[in-house]
Design a protein around this ligand. Structure first.
Ligand code: NAG
Ligand code: NAG
Ligand code: NAG
Ligand code: NAG
Ligand code: NAG
Ligand code: NAG
Ligand code: NAG
Ligand code: NAG
Ligand code: NAG
Ligand code: NAG
Ligand code: NAG
Length: 789
């Protein structure tokens, strides 16, 4: 969860190494598709997607087969650090192919299946995880939207394709192979959290149902192993194992019912083992998953796949992906190939998570009538760019997720901050569901009702988070009582009304302030004038942690922690920044994070008041090295963005600077490539310099299309440093033929909402383009955000 913003340069070095995975043919295929598509009338956008970006360097991306927002994501689980199941690292081994994963964060990995040969027969099969591990054959991993494959070093090829809650697996064996066996794992998942489950084998129907609890969540699967009677079983049975030499098999047995192993810590392993008659060279298996029951898992497979073939399901997935990917259209022939690949791979991941588990709610969400999503991770990561990106083109998808947030408020009392693995996650800073809901409200209040969102309920949820102290703000809500009492979140404060990890006081104050601004925006929209001024006032609380006396690197004035008595507590503004020389400093959720800021430094957070940057610039004495748009020096932002993009992002597996979370990284990249940057909770976008000559964004629900054309685009400017003489700086902006009131910002209601044309004229003369040519972006203290649109 790295907060990445062009206002703060997080320069992490990515190492280029030579991989034995994925298959080099994969990149060659993508490059050839980009080259050949130049003159195509209709384009298959999935051909430009590289699902392996982010599968190294702790990107935690799952390259598995998935449909858009699929609950099922089929890939192999690997040894070592591999929270999303797969990693490219060829020194890691395969545990099995499994249907449930999170992309960008991780976990699940339930119900692994592993094909193998057992020359000594049933009783000699290597069933337990540590015995059945296998390296992959070099250069065999491949993936594209809706498809994943790898080949084990015993030459067994694994392939998968999927629907929302089901999938098909195809296993191919070398000619003249011995009898193939399959181990199906009931108990192991990636976090080792098994706490009891049941498995049944029906050899006549050719169906294995299994599932149970991985405390406190539950999951189920249904494996149909006979391919509609085209395959014949040879042997079947159960197995159990543990670390104390237990490694037992029960030929012909069909039932397991195991409780949690209370002593010893190590999970009790178990599952099914079966083989096929007639030495087949290909085996097809249909898999359904559910969070409700094994029966529902079977129904999901029947309704979503039925008797469809692997190729039919794969094509359906490709079609679903094209419907999403084509919301952005570019001129492939005139776009730098790496930009095309980075762009569509990022757009792909922006539709990969969260996982749509509608109809699969459990716990508090069992039988909910609302849409239900898992892997919302975390609002702190996603409010900045993920949802503002979604708002440009997919209001119905956005509304489904917003309704899920509101449902979380209905059932838990506060908006969820993270929700992954069907569990609440840790609050990182503020209650950042607020800017997400506010972003939806300001852009789609006219359509909210028809999109399934009740604005009054949405507003009630915002007010709850702004007024009601939760018993424990570690997982939802804010430490609101002390914040209201002091005007900031004090360090070392007596709080008798709620519990939470008493760290990050500086960054929490800044985020609480920005959350208040989001509530202010919706209050304004709904005509609640009293609330509007109350929350506007509270949104200026960021000023209360500004210590004008602290100096660093020649600059004076920084955000700092503050005691209840008003004194500041000094922490070095450099600490936890990329320039920090102490690699061991605690900067995240550790209990010894005394820095006052979350996953970032005072230096970086000192620029965090997106709703009132003008006042920050003033506090800083006008001489700020960043925030150039607000300092009326937009050309400098453009130089910075080129550098940050090329330093941090690429098309290789290590092409993300850290974990993607819910495509937080990918959507940050999309905006910068498109030359836009959103101000969340508002309808404003800052204008930067696109990395491509033209693009169109289609908003299907609104029925609008908006084409951005870059006049004077120079492909040589697509480089870490813009060469002298290359035109890349914004000289003027036209919206549907009329000059824009500013070259620095545009409004959703004038552009993407109504459709039409945006023309960005570039110049190579930096000084000609280094002012906004009109109004600066809005800030509260200079009269900005005066009217709701
Ligand atoms: C371009 O058209 C060719 C010929 O119809 C087709 O084979 C290819 O898949 C298309 N490429 C893309 C990216 O759509
Ligand atoms: C295949 O992988 C297994 C287990 O990972 C390993 O023991 C074996 O040496 C490998 N075989 C080959 C041919 O590389
Ligand atoms: C599994 O065993 C428990 C007792 O250990 C029992 O309560 C439960 O009904 C059994 N479930 C099945 C499906 O056999
Ligand atoms: C699938 O095929 C089987 C066997 O051919 C048939 O009995 C069944 O009705 C089919 N199911 C569907 C959903 O078409
Ligand atoms: C495209 O990406 C590859 C792989 O990261 C890199 O080697 C190459 O230099 C990039 N090309 C351009 C023009 O940036
Ligand atoms: C989620 O799944 C439900 C049920 O299939 C569907 O109606 C809805 O459109 C999906 N939402 C998204 C965002 O994919
Ligand atoms: C704004 O809040 C401060 C406390 O932070 C309070 O003193 C002041 O009266 C408020 N102003 C308005 C207009 O509500
Ligand atoms: C405020 O409290 C802190 C921590 O207890 C203390 O170090 C500081 O001296 C106090 N400042 C004043 C002005 O009393
Ligand atoms: C960080 O911790 C590691 C492991 O404990 C140690 O080897 C290293 O010297 C530490 N680095 C610094 C800068 O203290
Ligand atoms: C956008 O530009 C195209 C091509 O110049 C033109 O045909 C169209 O009328 C313009 N649309 C609007 C809304 O200005
Ligand atoms: C660049 O623009 C500045 C300001 O508009 C102007 O004074 C200068 O002559 C221009 N330089 C060139 C080389 O055109």
């Amino acid at each position: 969860m790295a907060w990445l913003d062009y206002l703060c340069l997080i320069l992490l070095s990515t190492s280029l190494s030579v991989y034995a995975q994925p298959n080099p043919a994969q990149q060659k295929r993508i490059s050839a598709a980009i080259k050949n598509a130049a003159h195509n009338k209709t384009i298959d956008w999935t051909q430009f997607v590289n699902p392996f970006i982010g599968t190294d360097n702790f990107g935690d991306v799952c390259p598995g087969a998935s449909v858009p927002f699929g609950m099922a994501k089929f890939t192999v689980d690997m040894t070592g650090y591999a929270p999303a199941g797969y990693v490219v690292d060829p020194t890691q081994q395969v545990r099995g192919l499994s249907p449930l994963h999170d992309s960008g964060t991780g976990s699940y990995g339930n119900f692994e299946i592993m094909p193998m040969f057992c020359p000594g027969g049933f009783d000699t099969c290597l069933t337990k995880v540590e015995d059945r591990l296998r390296f992959r054959q070099p250069d065999t991993d491949d993936a594209s939207p809706g498809y994943f494959t790898t080949t084990l070093n015993n030459s067994i090829k694994l392939e998968a394709t999927s629907t929302r809650r089901a999938g098909l697996e195809r296993f191919t064996f070398p000619k003249e192979s011995p009898k193939p066996y399959f181990v199906l794992d009931l108990s192991n998942d990636l976090p080792n959290s098994f706490s009891g489950g049941v498995m049944d084998i029906d050899p006549i129907a050719g169906r294995i149902t299994l599932g149970g609890k991985w405390e406190p969540r539950q999951a189920f699967a249904c494996y149909d192993i006979l391919d509609n009677g085209k395959q014949e079983l040879s042997e079947y049975g159960v197995w159990t194992a543990d670390i104390y030499n237990l490694d037992a098999k029960g030929l012909g047995l069909t039932h397991l019912n195991l409780t949690k192993n209370l002593i010893g810590g190590n999970p009790y392993e178990s599952g099914a083992l079966f083989s096929y008659a007639n030495n087949p060279t290909e085996i097809n298996i249909r898999v359904g998953v559910s969070f409700v029951s094994a029966q529902q898992a079977c129904e999901n497979a029947e309704s979503e796949i039925g008797n469809s073939t692997f190729e039919e399901i794969r094509q359906l997935s490709v079609d679903l992906w094209n419907a999403k990917l084509s919301k952005l259209e570019i001129d492939v022939g005139n776009t730098v190939p790496n930009v095309t690949e980075m762009l569509y791979s990022s757009v792909y991941r922006s539709f990969l998570t969260p996982n749509n588990a509608t109809g699969e709610g459990q716990g508090l969400f069992a039988n909910t009538a609302s849409p239900y999503f898992d892997s919302l991770y975390c609002s702190w990561d996603t409010f900045r760019t993920f949802y503002p990106w979604m708002s440009l083109h997919s209001p119905q998808d956005f509304a489904d997720i917003v309704e899920n947030y509101i449902d979380g408020w209905r059932k838990n009392g506060w908006l969820p901050e993270c929700h992954s693995n069907n569990l609440p996650g840790w609050t990182q800073g503020g209650s950042n569901g607020v800017p997400i809901l506010a972003d939806f409200a300001v852009k789609y209040h006219n359509e909210a009702q028809s999109l399934g969102v009740d604005l009054d309920e949405l507003y009630s949820a915002l007010v709850t988070d702004g007024q009601v102290n939760p018993p424990e703000w570690n997982i939802e809500g804010r430490q609101i009582n002390v914040y209201k009492q002091y005007g900031y979140v004090p360090t070392d404060v007596l709080d008798t009304s709620s519990t939470g990890m008493q760290t990050r006081e500086g960054s929490r104050t800044l985020e609480y302030s920005f959350n208040d601004f989001g509530t202010r925006q919706v209050a304004q929209l709904l005509g609640k004038a009293g609330d509007e001024s109350y929350y506007a006032n509270r949104s200026l609380s960021y000023r209360n942690v500004w210590d004008p006396d602290v100096t660093s690197d020649g600059f004076k004035g920084f955000m700092q922690k503050r005691f209840p008595n008003g004194s500041f507590e000094y922490s070095n503004p450099i600490d936890c920044s990329p320039l920090d020389t102490d690699e061991n400093r605690s900067c995240s959720l550790q209990r010894d994070n005394v820095n006052g800021f979350y996953e970032s430094s005072s230096w970086e957070y000192s620029f965090f008041a997106p709703h009132d940057v003008a006042h920050l610039v003033e506090l800083m004495g006008g001489s700020t090295p960043i925030g150039y748009h607000y300092a009326d020096q937009p050309a400098k932002s453009i130089d910075q963005v080129r550098d940050v993009v090329f330093t941090n992002f690429g098309i290789e597996p290590a092409g993300l600077p850290g974990n993607d979370d819910q495509c937080a990284m990918g959507t940050w990249l999309i905006f910068h490539l498109l030359g836009l940057y959103p101000v969340p909770s508002t309808t404003q976008y800052l204008v930067l310099s696109p990395f491509l000559p033209t693009y169109t964004i289609h908003n299907t629900e609104l029925g609008t299309s908006t084409t951005v054309t870059v006049e004077g685009f120079d492909p040589s400017s697509v480089a870490p440093t813009i060469p002298k003489g290359a035109s890349a700086y914004v000289k003027s902006v036209f919206i549907n033929g009329a000059a824009s009131a500013s070259n620095c910002h545009i409004d959703f209601y004038d552009t993407f909402r109504v459709g039409g044309n945006i023309t960005i004229q570039l110049t190579s003369n930096k000084s000609e383009a280094n002012d906004c040519g009109g109004s600066l972006p809005d800030s509260l203290s200079t009269g900005g955000w005066a009217n709701a649109r």
